[in-house]
Design a protein around this ligand. Structure first.
Ligand code: FES
Length: 509
């Protein structure tokens, strides 16, 4: 199982080409084992396979059906947290190099589509940064100057491509991109297996051991994979408890999508300046219609219970700006790991020479995932890694502002532990309607109780098996979310998303 087993159905999952892959059934050896089959994992495996490395990719669920299928696949080189903020915490040189990594990522996707003949609806389009409020116009000016200072291609435009609203002046970023993420992953998977790589679905990671000159991965089914190196690309890293988890926080973000008349909405990326911000793109559907895809309304994972209101606000926002927006055909959510200094973590895992990680994607999971592959590949094959100095997972926050952000992020974990002594959300399962879950307090224990549609009650310990925070019910995705580091569990406690690797315990354990 993985997050494909959550309740909502993203458009990318409904239109995903099949990727055939068996579970791992025997012990195996290879040059590099990759844990996770999203954009970062498959991109890294592809680059390694091209360099004649034997690769094995494992995923706890189906291949290419994890968090990448819950994004909206903006191929943006503009930074969602804005470059003037990145320059404030990391300086111009690092901001310039980070921007280079994003440009390289979009270029790499375009080249791979061409070379491997992957029809993933890739297109170069413009991106627009739009002020959400009059008072945000100064932010646009500051962003314009920051972009110019580090060589980002940007110019002013008189208005955003929003049919229902005259936005006034906006920033235009040429040469961004968009594609269909699960079509792309299917193409990558085919290119990997064509070069001798192996993909294994339903093969959950259970642990690792570093050995002389290599690493051994143990799977939940008891098989072992020996490799010279391992790469963890699992949304939130499974392989360590502290190094990365103290530098990022998990957020849920929401998406709606519906049809618009072909050509009624310009083919462009669009972001506004709210916090959390809205993000917009279209996906071509055929000769008559496009799919308008709008996201936003983020919150810290596990800390909201008003998902329907959030999705309704997204719909209202969309109809005001895009009057031809039809029915809402798709609704989904995804999880975004927000790093404290706005850049992802890609490279050698701190303290483990043969283990590499990619995480902290912020709102740019596709480009950051591909940039991660371009960072990790040279480290593994012994070449100079251009982006490793800025994306190094061992880096420390570089400025007081980043440390303040870090402290705010960790406050969620502190608050979570205080909940151990708080009352339960309901006093018994009798108070739950079918299809809902909640925490019940029994003495000193918190129990995660779910009432299935047929009335069956499932009880599990509410203690997250990663590091002991309390999980919270997510009524939109019908799963348990951990606010601390992003684990997600099915109603019966099975793991859907890292970093947890073990299911929620039976409540009598
Ligand atoms: Fe770390 Fe739950 S994800 S404690």
């Amino acid at each position: 199982m993985n997050v494909a087993d959550e309740a909502s159905r993203p458009f990318w999952l409904e239109t995903a080409p099949p990727i055939e892959a068996p579970p791992l059934a025997v012990d195996a050896e290879c040059d590099v084992v990759v844990v996770g089959s999203g954009i970062a994992g498959l991109s890294t495996a592809y680059e390694l396979a091209r360099c004649r490395r034997q690769v094995i990719v494992i995923d706890r669920g189906r291949i290419g059906r994890g968090m990448t299928a819950r994004t909206t696949a903006h191929l943006a080189t503009e930074l969602d947290d804005l470059y003037f903020e990145l320059i404030r915490v990391r300086g111009e040189d690092e901001a310039r190099l980070y921007h280079d990594s994003q440009v390289a990522a979009v270029n790499r996707i375009e080249a791979i589509c061409r070379e491997e003949e992957i029809d993933a609806d890739f297109a170069r389009i413009d991106g627009y940064l739009v002020p959400a409020e009059e008072s945000h116009r100064a932010d646009l000016q500051e962003e314009y100057e920051a972009c110019r200072s580090i060589g980002v291609d940007v110019e002013w435009a008189n208005r955003a491509p929003m049919p229902g609203l005259n936005s006034g002046r906006v920033l235009r970023f040429p040469n961004q991109g968009r594609f269909h993420p699960t079509k792309y992953l299917a193409g990558l998977a085919g290119a990997i297996t064509a070069r001798g790589g192996r993909l294994h679905c339903d093969t959950a990671y259970l642990g690792q051991k570093e050995m002389d000159g290599g690493v051994e991965i143990e799977t939940e089914a008891g098989h072992r994979i020996r490799a010279r190196a391992a790469v963890f690309a699992t949304n939130s890293p499974t392989n360590d408890k502290v190094a990365i988890h103290t530098k990022q926080v998990p957020n849920r973000t929401y998406v709606i999508a519906g049809r618009v008349r072909k050509g009624a909405v310009p083919d462009a990326l669009l972001w506004d300046t709210l916090d959390p911000y809205h993000y917009v793109r279209i996906q071509p559907l055929g000769d008559d219609a496009d799919l308008l895809i709008v996201g936003g309304e983020d919150h810290r994972s596990g800390e909201a219970n008003d998902m329907e209101e959030r999705v309704a606000r997204l719909e209202t926002w969309t109809r005001e700006r895009y009057p031809g927006f039809g029915e809402v055909d798709y609704r989904w959510s995804g999880q975004v790991l927000e790093p404290v200094d706005f850049m992802p973590f890609s490279g050698r895992n701190p303290g483990t020479p043969n283990i590499y990680i990619h995480s902290g994607d912020s709102g740019q999971g596709i480009t950051n995932g591909v940039a991660g592959s371009l960072t990790i590949l040279p480290l593994i094959v012994g070449e100079e890694s251009r982006y490793a100095p800025v994306l190094d997972p061992a880096r420390k926050p570089a400025a007081l502002a980043a440390i303040a952000e870090f402290v705010r992020g960790q406050a969620g974990a502190v608050k979570n532990f205080a909940e151990y002594v708080a009352p339960g959300e309901v006093s018994s399962a009798d108070e739950l309607v079918p299809g809902e879950g909640a925490l019940i307090r029994e003495g000193l224990r918190k129990i995660a109780v779910y009432k299935a549609e047929d009335g069956t009650v499932i009880r599990r310990s509410a203690v997250c098996t990663h590091m002991g925070c309390l999980v919270h019910w997510n009524r939109f995705e019908k799963c348990w979310d951990c606010p601390c580091h992003g684990s997600q569990f099915a109603p019966d406690g099975q793991v859907l998303n890292a970093p947890a690797i073990k299911p929620l315990a039976e409540d009598d354990e």
